[in-house]
Ligand binder design. Sequence first.
Ligand code: ZN
Ligand code: ZN
Length: 355
Amino acid sequence: MNAVVKGKRQAGADIIKTNAPKIKESEVLVEVEAASICGTDVHIWNWNEWAQHRMKKIPLVFGHEVAGKVIEVGKNVTSIQVGDKISAETHIVDNTCYQCRTDRKHVCKNMEILGVDRDGVFAEQFALPEENAWKNDPRLDLGVASIQEPLGNAVQTVLPKDHVEDIAGKTIAVLGTGPIGLMTIAVLRELGAARVFATGGGLNKIRMDLAKKMGADMVLSAREEGERLVKTIVDATDGNGVDVALEMSGDPNAVRQAFEMLTPGGRVSLLGILDKPMELDLNAAMIFKSATVFGITGRRMFETWYQVRGLLAKPSFKEKISTVITHRVPIGDISKGMELIGSKQAAKIVLEPKW
Ligand SMILES: [Zn+2]
Ligand SMILES: [Zn+2]
């Protein structure tokens, strides 16, 4: 089969012919019908510092956001059948460690990530444990099906503990307008947020326009606003500040701004990953503000998948989310997709199985 393989510890990747994966008794074999490019894949492609430290197994088929059809099931598989349309929960967990046994599988101590620690989905076929196969509505658009995984990250950032009470009727800021930030805006609107503010780097008009389309009431360019950014948002909330700030950029300035624009007693969720350690005045940011802070990684298994399914059941939401997909390119042209992302001309890119 064809596969996109990271074969050398350097930038880029190769499209090569390789053997189709052999499944274990508790795994399913999936034919890829659509995949999408995640920030993680861009890091692996560019071979940045994170990838250099994180990637142990080379050569590796990368990619993890996917929609596909099951073409073979292992002997012990009971819940999935040949022909089922599925997406993949990308956390492959041991189910036996302390975290797994206390309802926190998404931070399993022995976790493997699809397309990072084991062969992923940028191929014609891939193997997946039965537990990680999420059955899709066969009518669901394949592109949308493939972006359920990052949509789950958005849901986890908005609802880290099932509590919707600080969303409905409240004011929320989303810092960062990458694909997950954009999807988050749409989720907030669906859950009844009163006002949504979005801030982003400012260079990327495509993403700023998409933020409006997703339902942001005010979209601010962090670059243009500069020092005024926090004041503009605080003024727009009668001087109170926002009830919830969701940090999705990983920019240290945005992290500080998230706390500065927060109303005392409010909540911050931090999803964006920082390049390096940063300084933050904890007294002002959290302690005297009585702030609740959530670190967000991955998505709860499998609560967020049910939440995503529930959201996508509404046609208007599904339609909105599908507009985050700005390009569909043949997987054979993956380098073009990476270029589009690099030039910030794209939000989500879906790869179609044309080699
Ligand atoms: Zn992803
Ligand atoms: Zn575990």
